[in-house]
Design a protein around this ligand. Structure first.
Ligand SMILES: *Cc1c(COP(=O)(O)O)cnc(C)c1O
Length: 370
């Protein structure tokens, strides 16, 4: 059987959640599970997130899936709802929504949830400099007053544009705007208004601004959210292992080329292996010459780093086995990413970030739980 496997380690997710909690002390944690839990599978990760105070999703469909899986705590819709009908559904399914523009505000004011409904808590989005979603200062103050008067509990929220770079000048500006606004709303509208500012990168770089809710995503899955530190330096464990197997072995003669485009040409007789993984599974097609995999020799209990040569195809890729023992067998396991290489390293070889590689895995690999 062709083997391409995604193995999820729930224990790593629980460990990473604990790292979040250590850093932010008493703030509540809205664990981000949008995009199918960053490609890990919502069903696979929810059991490991039982100590989170809530989960965050981007769409109502994702919220429903989590409810169907039995998640009974807070679900935050971080883009809010997209229609009046969805607002009603959010009420029916006990979701708590972001309100980032006038139509959402109008739906909330027109359809008040029951007084004990979790939908009575709304996340009012303030645009502090990212310039995507959110009200400007004047709009936030007006919306806050209207929502408060209607009986809603408010969490003022915003999103960092550059929290991964600690010294970026916009960070301080966003923090200032946010904290000034929160003080203003608490003073003039309701002292009990909550705040939520930090994503993963800010949990690492600005934990002193954790306020009432933090919203970590990528770090729960064991990737580094910051530009200057790797995951292991932050004591984060990768939650996913993406692996395949050697499906054929070959020796390529000097001058012979490999794969589409004949991009790689053997400078000497070269032992190669075909690996049962390709871009049809979600491995990136565009990679540089530093990209490698780890071949596992279970007999010797050893791993061998082997470079990828030639073009990555839909169903397979080719590796150079020169650095591995000559008796590496057919069917040996090959790690695309996991402990080594880390998905962040593969991403750096593919000109992207770990987030994207994790999210764009296809449905073809078999999914297992460790
Ligand atoms: C996705 C998302 C997060 C999580 O970001 P990470 O960088 O993965 O920690 C936090 N807040 C909002 C609003 C988001 O959309």
């Amino acid at each position: 059987m062709r083997k391409a496997t995604i193995t999820i380690h729930p224990a790593a997710i629980s460990h990473n959640l604990l790292q979040v909690k250590h850093r932010v002390k008493s703030a509540k944690v809205l664990a981000m599970v949008k995009a199918n839990a960053y490609g890990h599978g919502v069903a696979a990760v929810l059991p490991a997130l039982q100590d989170a105070d809530g989960i965050g999703v981007a769409s109502f469909t994702e919220a429903l899936e989590a409810r169907q899986l039995g998640w009974d705590k807070t679900i935050g819709l971080v883009e809010g709802v997209f229609s009046a009908g969805e607002w009603q559904q959010a009420i029916d399914n006990h979701c708590s929504c972001v309100i980032h523009h006038r139509p959402q505000l109008d739906w909330a004011l027109a359809m008040l949830p029951p007084s004990d409904s979790p939908t009575r808590m709304v996340w009012l989005k303030y645009n502090t400099g990212m310039n995507r979603l959110g009200f400007d200062a004047e709009g936030v103050i007006k919306a806050a007053q209207l929502l408060h008067d209607a009986g809603y509990q408010l969490v003022l929220t915003t999103h960092f544009a550059n929290a991964d770079q600690r010294d970026h000048p916009l960070n301080d500006i966003q923090i200032q705007r946010f904290s000034n606004m929160l003080s203003h709303l608490r003073e003039h509208i309701d002292p009990d208004i909550k705040g939520s500012l930090c994503n993963s990168a800010a949990v690492i770089n600005f934990p002193e601004y954790a306020y009432d809710w933090v919203r970590p995503g990528i770090m729960l899955y064991g990737s580094s959210p910051v530009s200057d530190k790797q995951a292991y330096e932050l004591n984060l464990q990768p939650a996913m292992e993406f692996s395949a197997h050697i499906m054929a072995l070959q020796t390529v003669n000097t001058g012979e080329a490999i794969g589409y485009g004949s991009r790689w040409i053997a400078g000497e007789p070269t032992r190669t292996a075909l690996v049962s993984i390709g871009y049809g599974d979600g491995y990136p097609r565009v990679i540089n010459d530093k990209a490698y995999v780890c071949v596992i020799d279970h007999n010797r209990q050893n791993n061998y780093k082997c470079p990828i040569i030639g073009r990555v195809a839909m169903d397979m890729l080719v590796i150079d086995l020169s650095s591995a023992p000559v008796d590496i067998a057919l069917d040996s396991q090959v790690i695309l990413w996991g402990a080594t290489p880390h998905v962040d390293e593969v991403a750096s070889h593919a000109g992207t970030i770990g987030y994207e590689l994790l999210c764009r895995l296809s449905a073809r690999p078999e999914r297992l739980q460790a």
